[in-house]
Design a protein around this ligand. Structure first.
Ligand code: ATP
Length: 439
């Protein structure tokens, strides 16, 4: 079995252009990472699969994209200004700061780095503050949203007024969220700027348990669909006292990361907490009119997926070391649906114009198909010997490599090589698409 370490993942991601440290030439900026050319393809594939599955393929879901900057009252009403904080402790000797609930040794045991004693525990609010407009005073304070959910709740009435949906229905959003984490760490796992894919699913209060179970199954369906093995994911019922301030029930879906079993996504029953709080704070009636004429405040089930943690779980799951043709190799065994490059096209030899010309034709054909079928990115590579090209594509997880050789010029067939087995099969050019789709 492959020994997957974070060092191996981080190094492959940087070397091959998936993910770079944020602001690297200035020494980096803690808690930020930049997605490079392959990382952004991977990320877009995940987001678009999620959007297809949860928005486009359902009749009870509405998508949206709200502003990141919101009225500060949103975060007062939602309880984030008062309650969205982590316990912070500082070592009195070396001044290192820790999130108290994450320090391995109990506070009495002292600083894990220098053994110094801890100062007082204080609550540290994780929202990033900023100022709107030219005046930097109390009245101009705003926050970068700490979760995308806020944008959904404040638009609940808008969506109801425009579409008159029947309960139950949901509103979904993908977007950036910001948290001033005390101790960002573990690569993409705990960052200060992240992306979330969230659904607020509105139900009648008496239906919440059924809906919670439905979404529990849907979370697993998505995890499996992107290619995270079910056996690496474990549900944790979050006990009383440890849930977020708005939640009456939460299940964390945890993944076996190399640094331990940690939360990948969360499923929460937020009751009518948010809609009621926003109705009260804004003075606007955001209740829902039932067909019988009764006004109710719907309750909410919230599946909240982290894009970055999903990417990390996928990288960890896909990272494989094996031997092929007697040589060791490293490759990413991505599900083809998320692979940043779906197929690569090679002319067998770079210095044979007739091969290059034919390979270019195949490449153009595939790109055109990609546009029509939303297949994804196709790569071109004519550099170095063919074995090296295969290895380069393996390392970034490309499921299929298509090689144009002398036989292609005679019978219009190409070889399609499979990433996982290294086996090659000949197909007619017109059959390539079904060959790679069938992967
Ligand atoms: P944790 O306990 O690990 O801090 P959380 O319980 O605060 O996480 P939620 O508020 O439930 O997280 O956020 C929903 C999802 O957003 C998480 O399951 C995770 O995928 C993602 N997420 C939250 N905080 C971060 C972060 N700092 N970096 C990356 N992803 C995050």
């Amino acid at each position: 079995m492959t020994d997957v370490t974070m060092e191996k993942i981080v190094s492959l991601c940087k070397r091959r252009g998936f993910i770079y440290p944020g602001s690297e030439i200035y020494g980096g900026l803690s808690g930020t990472w930049d997605y490079g050319p392959l990382g952004v393809e991977l990320k877009n594939n995940i987001k678009s699969l999620w959007w297809k599955m949860f928005v486009q393929e359902r009749e009870d879901m509405y998508g949206m994209d709200a502003a990141i900057l919101m009225h500060p009252k949103v975060w007062e009403a939602s309880g984030h200004v008062v309650g969205f904080s982590d316990p912070l402790v500082e070592c009195t000797k070396c001044k290192r700061r820790y999130r108290m609930d994450q320090v391995v040794s109990p506070p009495a045991g002292g600083c894990p780095e220098c053994g110094g004693s801890f100062g007082e525990v204080r609550q540290f609010n994780m929202m990033f503050k900023t100022h709107i407009g030219a005046a930097e005073d109390e009245a101009s304070i705003s926050y970068l949203r700490p979760e995308t959910a806020g944008g959904i709740f404040v638009n609940f009435k808008n969506v109801v007024d425009s579409f008159h949906p029947k309960l139950p229905f949901g509103i979904a959003q993908i977007g950036k969220a910001f948290r001033n984490e005390i101790a960002p760490r573990d690569f993409l796992f705990r960052v200060r700027e992240m992306e979330q894919m969230e659904i607020e699913y509105f139900v009648r209060s008496e239906e919440w348990e059924k809906s919670f179970e439905d979404w529990r199954a849907e979370c697993t369906r998505f995890i499996e669909m992107v290619g995270i093995p079910r056996a690496s994911v474990h549900e944790l019922e979050v006990p009383d006292g440890e849930r977020a301030h708005y939640s009456r029930r939460t299940i964390d879906f945890e993944f076996d990361f190399p640094f331990g079993r940690k939360e990948l996504l969360g499923l929460a029953y937020r009751t009518d907490f948010d809609l009621s709080a926003h109705a009260k704070a804004s003075g606007v009636d955001i209740s829902y009119l039932e067909e019988g004429g009764e006004r109710i405040v719907p309750h909410v089930i919230e599946p909240s997926f982290g894009v970055d943690r999903t990417i990390l779980a996928l990288l960890v799951s896909a990272y494989t070391e094996d031997e092929l043709g007697g040589e060791p190799r490293t490759y990413l065994k991505f599900n083809p649906a998320v692979a940043p490059v779906k197929a690569a096209v090679f002319p067998l030899l770079k210095n044979k114009p007739e091969l290059v010309k034919k390979a270019r034709e195949v490449y153009e054909l595939l790109k055109l198909e990609t546009r029509n079928s939303n297949l994804g990115a196709i790569a071109w590579d004519d550099n170095g010997n063919i074995g090296k090209r295969y290895r380069r594509q393996d390392e970034i997880g490309t499921p299929s490599c298509i090689t144009i050789d002398f036989q292609t010029l005679e019978d219009n067939t190409v070889t399609v090589r499979d990433r996982d087995t290294g086996e090659q099969e000949r197909f007619l050019v017109k059959e390539i698409l079904s060959a790679i789709h069938g992967q």
